[in-house]
Design a protein around this ligand. Structure first.
Ligand SMILES: Cc1cc2nc3c(=O)[nH]c(=O)nc-3n(C[C@H](O)[C@H](O)[C@H](O)COP(=O)(O)OP(=O)(O)OC[C@H]3O[C@@H](n4cnc5c(N)ncnc54)[C@H](O)[C@@H]3O)c2cc1C
Length: 230
């Protein structure tokens, strides 16, 4: 576990409102997919951010900057080479050790913990790939880049991975995408899901988590693991 100064090594826009930032960490620091780190933003404030990836002395994050706030304003302005304190990895949100099918449900930057989790599932030590589905909800079609940039190459039938997107503000016909909230994806797949024997992982805003949890419970889900971004 690190509590120390890190340097911002790179910063890029994934979309207009989402940044990818990479910081330096000690070479031997590792994480469990799903964990987060606390980043000091404008003193004395710090904010938790899920770890997108960590290897070879670098950790990366995906941070939404669409709404004003202490963290958001800081990350919009921060320049490569600047230093701040990182603490972690922290948190117990991680993959449950079961052979159940896994369904991940995320909106916006709630996708972050699921990217390393899904990569881990697709690279199992015993070679047996567990059936995995990802239901992603976004405002605009372009926001689905946060999925395709990181998982696009992995969405193959060989990988047993199904990814579905729902868009609340379609600008054109966008025929390949569902229109509406992420809940429409659960509804559309409900006849193909054995709710009692599936592990559900949910990440997003408070309101999204509550709505999805209620829907899953009504459909008979039992194993629901949640990370609430507030
Ligand atoms: C375990 C965990 C992991 C997380 N991982 C991620 C992640 O990977 N990526 C990510 O982007 N987020 C993540 N979050 C959320 C993140 O920690 C912050 O809550 C988020 O970035 C908002 O922080 P902020 O400091 O920008 O906003 P805050 O300053 O905390 O403000 C909260 C909200 O108040 C409103 N607000 C604040 N100031 C103003 C203003 N001046 N005018 C109008 N409205 C205002 C905005 O709606 C704002 O979003 C995670 C949260 C948790 C708990």
């Amino acid at each position: 576990m690190l509590k120390g100064e890190s340097e911002l090594l790179s910063k890029r826009n994934i979309t207009e409102n989402v940044l990818e930032l990479t910081y330096s960490v000690p070479n031997d620091l590792t994480f469990i997919p799903g964990q987060f780190m606390n980043i000091s933003v404008t003193a004395p404030y710090r904010r938790p951010y899920s770890i997108l990836d960590m290897k070879d002395g670098e950790v990366s994050f995906m941070i939404g900057v669409g709404e004003p706030g202490k963290g958001s304003d800081y990350f919009k302005e921060v320049e490569i080479g600047s230093k701040t304190t990182l603490m972690g990895p922290l948190g117990r949100f991680k993959l449950n050790d079961s052979s159940n099918k896994k369904i991940f449900i995320a909106t916006g930057v709630g996708i972050v913990p699921f990217i390393p989790m899904i990569k881990e599932l697709l690279n199992p030590a015993d070679g047996v790939k567990i059936e995995t589905e990802l239901f992603f909800g976004a405002r605009f079609l372009n926001d689905t880049k946060v999925v395709t940039d990181y998982l696009g190459d992995l969405i193959t039938t060989d990988n047993n991975l199904i990814v579905m997107n729902a868009i609340t503000k379609p600008e054109h016909d966008e025929l390949d995408f569902f229109h509406g909230r992420v809940n429409v994806l659960i509804d559309s797949r409900k006849d193909n899901i054995d709710f009692r024997n599936t592990d559900f992982y949910v990440c997003g805003s408070n309101e999204m988590i509550k709505g999805v949890r209620t829907q899953l419970k009504e459909l008979g889900a039992d194993q629901i693991f949640m990370e609430n971004y507030g």
